[in-house]
Design a protein around this ligand. Structure first.
Ligand code: NDP
Length: 253
């Protein structure tokens, strides 16, 4: 496995980016059937366990590659190791259990396809940082690192704050949908997805490599179509939905 990656790593990364570019127009035409768009297209599993199943491999594989790699974690790589795992610790082990998803299900097929995505993503980012990356300590004061880190932190905060705002809409015990207001919901229907896009764009900037850029490209390719689907859904579902609200990027889209 390691030998294969050593020989073909950049070919795999370029193919992976190519797949994202090909998938993007299809994702704009096809609504991914999970969450509010869920459909019984295969065996179903409880939504919260679907999230754990599909996301957990990413930090596990990423950590395996970084910790078994030639680069020490007591270096710049350690900063990336902590940030990536903080995101995934929350996404896999906290957020799914905070969601108010009683009775909600996700198609196993979706969980498996996202699992494939996360295995690739964890491997590419982990192998790069564990084996190939070569950051000097001075990288920590480079403007690309600092701006990227700033975007990563701001994006994470936007993502998490709005995810929990959505969760709070069901504090009355309901499992239906309400029009969210407050924070960036004033401007867009999916500020949580907007935050995630900023976060991984920041990741690409602060790590400054093509393999880590592939994660940002995939995040744009996954989340722009999903946010547009959410936006259309809100407009159909609520007659009184604010007309001037954009889908995902304030004032733009
Ligand atoms: P949504 O905003 O659709 O849903 C998030 C949670 O809030 C769900 O539990 C949902 O319930 C609930 N919810 C959503 N809208 C409302 C509402 N109007 N009223 C009440 N409850 C509501 O998020 P996604 O499923 O699209 O994504 C979840 C997270 O995963 C996000 O943080 C996103 O950034 C991240 N993600 C990242 C990807 C990547 O490629 N990096 C890919 C996909 C997601 P229900 O499930 O019942 O609809």
């Amino acid at each position: 496995m390691l030998n294969f990656l050593q020989e073909h790593f950049y070919t795999i990364v370029y193919i992976w980016i190519g797949i994202a570019v090909i998938v993007f127009p299809f994702a704009l035409m096809i609504t991914a059937p999970y969450g509010r768009h869920s459909k019984k297209i295969s065996l179903m599993l409880p939504a919260k366990w679907g999230w754990v199943l599909m996301e957990l491999p990413s930090p596990l594989i990423f950590s395996y590659f970084v910790l078994s790699g030639e680069n020490s974690v007591f270096s710049v790589v350690g900063v990336f190791f902590i940030l990536f795992n903080l995101h995934y610790f929350h996404r896999t082990l906290i957020w799914p259990f905070m969601m108010r998803s009683k009775g909600k299900e996700m198609p196993l097929l979706i969980a498996f396809s996202a699992l494939g995505f996360n295995i690739m993503n964890g491997s590419i980012n982990g192998y790069l940082l564990g084996f190939l990356a070569n950051y000097e300590m001075s990288w920590l004061s480079d403007s690309r690192f600092l701006i990227g880190l700033g975007l990563f932190i701001v994006g994470s905060a936007i993502n998490v704050w709005h995810d929990y705002h959505l969760i709070s809409l069901r504090k009355d015990g309901s499992t239906g949908y309400k029009i969210p207001n407050g924070g960036l919901f004033k401007f867009v229907s999916s500020p949580n997805l907007f935050g995630e896009i900023i976060e991984w764009t920041g990741w690409a900037l602060m790590t400054w490599s093509i393999p880590t850029l592939s994660f940002a490209i995939w995040t744009w390719a996954n989340l722009l179509p999903r946010a547009l689907d959410h936006h259309r859904w809100y407009r159909n579902y609520f007659d009184e939905y604010p007309k001037d609200r954009k889908a995902v990027i304030p004032f733009v889209l």
